[in-house]
Design a protein around this ligand. Structure first.
Ligand SMILES: NC(=O)C[C@H](N)C(=O)O
Length: 337
């Protein structure tokens, strides 16, 4: 009987990378003061015995870090392992446990470069497992539930936090002190309740199977940096980033990706020197940058990041630059992905 149910259940691999979902604090009252990336994957799985009712689950510890320290090499390592697993016949879905600070970046990266329609779910938690009302157990349970469902196929990389199923492209960490931390300007794709998924919409942007990018052909990622804008901003950071070898600079702009008149000449000069200038917005609830609004992008040969926040714009710019350094092509990619 047991062997029969095992055969019917989906095979889900959990790749653990660290973060607060693997965090531990000194007492149950420590919801914000704790160490991330302490608990190993076997212990995480053992902490949620109900997972075995959803899927045949096995774990792999890919790395053990707090996600603010993730590097491009870490991204490539994780992306390659996901691709290997997605290619193997005995894997139906993949879950990645991840710190929440850069979870949205990793989810978007995988959404761009993984050539599979198998569910890939990135999940984290806002509180360590040692805290009262820890959210990691249920988030992980939901992630495995979605990863083992057929309906999650072909919907791109997904994020399950706070009972919601979000598109890895759209979702962003909007607040750092609530379990209701992950939001998308365009709303969640669905909900997961007691291990069952309820879907409401589909992602409209190109991803995974329909993407022109493939982790298997990416050897390294170019240096793309972000410079933040604010009142009285100077051009020092932009120039320094270019000098240190940035191939593109994401302008984390105010409002509609607007650029201070004190910075415009430097950006014009950097573009002439070959650095790509990509205008994004750091508006919290979701920036939306229009071409030739605020600045004459056609004239200056700049790119706009569409609705991607600066950190997501960095991910797409890096991946895009592995294919082209043509600003028109880059702009096309920013509209399509
Ligand atoms: N909630 C978290 O996971 C935060 C942690 N600093 C991380 O991203 O790894």
């Amino acid at each position: 009987k047991e062997a029969e149910t095992q055969q019917k259940l989906a095979n889900v691999v959990i790749l653990a990378t660290g973060g607060t979902i693997a965090g531990a604090g000194a007492s149950a009252a420590n919801s914000a003061t704790y160490q991330a990336a302490k608990v190993g994957i076997e212990q995480l799985i053992a902490g949620v015995p109900e997972l075995s009712q959803l899927a045949n689950v096995r774990g792999e510890q890919v790395m053990q870090i707090a996600s603010e320290s993730i590097t491009n090499d870490n991204l490539l390592q994780l992306g390659r392992r996901v691709a290997e697993l997605a290619d193997s016949k005995d894997v139906d879905g993949i879950v990645i446990t991840h710190g929440t600070d850069t979870l949205e970046e990793t989810a978007y990266f995988l959404n761009l470069v993984e050539k599979t329609d198998k569910p890939i779910i990135v999940v984290g938690s806002m509180r360590p497992g040692t805290a009262m009302s820890a959210d990691g157990m249920l988030n992980l349970y939901n992630a495995v539930a979605v990863a083992s469902s057929k309906e999650a196929r072909g919907k791109g990389v997904l994020v399950t936090m706070n009972d919601e199923i979000q598109s890895g492209r759209d979702v962003s960490k909007m607040i750092n002190i609530k379990t209701e931390a992950f939001k998308s300007a365009w709303g969640p794709l669905g909900m997961v309740v007691e291990g069952k998924s309820y879907w409401f919409r589909m992602p409209a942007k190109r991803h995974t199977m329909d993407s022109e990018f493939d982790i298997k052909t990416i050897e390294s990622l170019p240096n793309v940096e972000i410079a933040y804008s604010y009142g009285n901003v100077s051009d020092t950071a932009y120039k320094a980033l270019a000098q240190s070898g940035a191939k593109a600079i994401i302008h984390a702009g105010t409002g509609n990706g607007s650029v201070s008149s004190r910075v415009v000449p430097a950006l014009q000069g950097l573009r002439k020197d070959g650095v790509q200038i990509i205008r994004s917005s750091h508006v919290n609830a979701g920036g939306f940058v229009l071409r030739n609004a605020e600045q004459p992008d056609d004239k200056y040969d700049w790119v706009v990041a569409h609705d991607l926040n600066p950190q997501k714009a960095r991910i797409l710019a890096m991946v895009a630059l592995t294919k082209t350094n043509d600003s028109k092509e880059l702009q096309r990619m920013f509209w399509e992905y």
